[in-house]
Design a protein around this ligand. Structure first.
Ligand code: PLP
Length: 369
């Protein structure tokens, strides 16, 4: 079996976890949490890191700390994981969607300005699958219109945009440490920011908005999104290998690209843009119009050869949960729709071997023909 993701846990994970158990520090009060926050935020050159339970929780915290509230419009991509849209809707805000660029699969920044209204408060940038969004242009638009930028960098550990780390843009950036990310805690997330007051607010939101002066009196709604010392122990060990993980991810992506260069009927990820080299968080393929198979048929054939795949994200305007609330009805985002209907991704985890990549490519080629 070649699963769609296999994590790599070959560093100090065991040692640090054992330390948690031997010292009895298993909760969020343990010392690894602070160390992980400090070391992770310094990698992305941010003043503050606030570790939390997962990447979706990090987005909830970010949206609340950016003071998104009822009636506020927040611009975000149509083609993404659902987490940022959930956070916006839960805060009472209205997600305003942007279609994708057909080559990078990221939000098409040319379409942002036409969607700005008097109610627009923020832009949530989500870097999709391995290439960053064109941040200079987003920051310029945000600056000219007085909008807050929140960066969902959950797929971008170790990636940079024009040499500046992803996770360093806008007021707040968020990360996930789910096992298919470049570094993992099992489950985990992080909010990073340079703003002292925002950081303090995020720490409160993560911890039920307990107040330092009077612990059991609460002024605001919060969550228990604390990260445990055990999660941070694994995360810290993983962070020690970030550069190696990024290097390996790029090797995996380039090997797939080379092996598939002559395949017909596929649209492959760009290996780079003029502002970044692809980090291949996942290796996605899009079936060209000339390909008569559907991604479901291809996935089924690969599954018969014990190769795991995943479909691409399903766009926000087609999510029943939002349509039931009256959101996005009759809206169309043709590029996002096509990606959702024609895309799938192949095994891309750090535990994947070169031999397995070659096997996947062989099976894919025979399935395509
Ligand atoms: C993985 C991911 C998340 C969610 O992170 P969890 O830790 O699974 O909650 C959010 N945004 C993006 C872009 C992701 O890839």
């Amino acid at each position: 079996m070649i699963p769609v993701n296999t994590p790599l846990l070959d560093g100090n994970e065991k040692k640090y976890l054992l330390e948690c158990i031997e010292t009895g520090w298993i909760s969020s009060e343990g010392p690894f949490v602070k160390r992980f926050e400090e070391e992770f935020s310094s990698v992305v050159n941010r003043k503050h890191g606030i570790a939390c339970a997962n990447g979706s929780g990090a987005l909830d915290i970010a949206i609340a700390a950016a003071k998104i509230g009822p009636g506020d419009e927040v611009i975000m991509p149509a083609f993404t994981i659902i987490s940022p849209a959930f956070s916006i809707v839960r805060a009472g805000g209205v997600p305003v969607l942007i279609d994708s660029d057909p080559l990078t699969w990221n939000m098409d920044v040319d379409q942002i300005e036409s969607k700005i209204t008097a109610n627009t408060k923020a832009i949530v940038v989500v870097h999709i699958y391995g290439l960053p969004v064109d941040m200079d242009r987003v920051l310029d638009i945000a600056h000219r219109h007085g909008l807050t930028v929140i960066e969902d960098a959950a797929e971008m550990h170790g990636q940079s945009y024009r040499g500046r780390p992803c996770g360093n843009f806008g007021l707040i950036s968020t990360f996930s440490f789910y096992p298919n990310k470049h570094i993992t805690c099992g489950e985990g997330g992080m909010v990073v920011t340079d703003d002292d007051a925002v950081a303090e607010h995020c720490r409160g939101l993560r911890n039920l908005c307990f107040q330092p002066q009077r612990r059991f009196i609460h002024e605001e709604l919060g969550w228990n999104y604390r990260m445990t010392n055990m999660q941070a122990a694994v995360g810290l060990a993983q962070l020690e290998h970030l550069d190696a993980h990024v290097k390996r991810k790029r090797e995996i992506g380039e090997r797939y690209l080379n092996r598939m260069a002559a395949f017909t009927g596929l649209e492959l990820p760009l290996s780079k843009t003029d502002y970044a080299d692809n980090i291949y968080w996942v290796f996605g393929i899009v079936l060209a119009d000339s390909c008569t198979a559907t991604p479901e048929q291809l996935a089924k054939q690969l599954a018969e050869k014990k190769i795991g795949t995943r479909p691409f994200f399903w766009p926000m305007h087609w999510q029943p949960v939002f349509n039931k609330q009256g959101l996005f009805r009759n809206e169309r985002y043709p590029v996002a729709e096509r990606l959702a209907q024609r895309g799938l991704y192949l095994p891309s985890g750090l535990g994947l071997t070169n031999h397995e990549i070659d096997q996947v490519c062989e099976s894919l080629q025979s399935a395509l023909s």
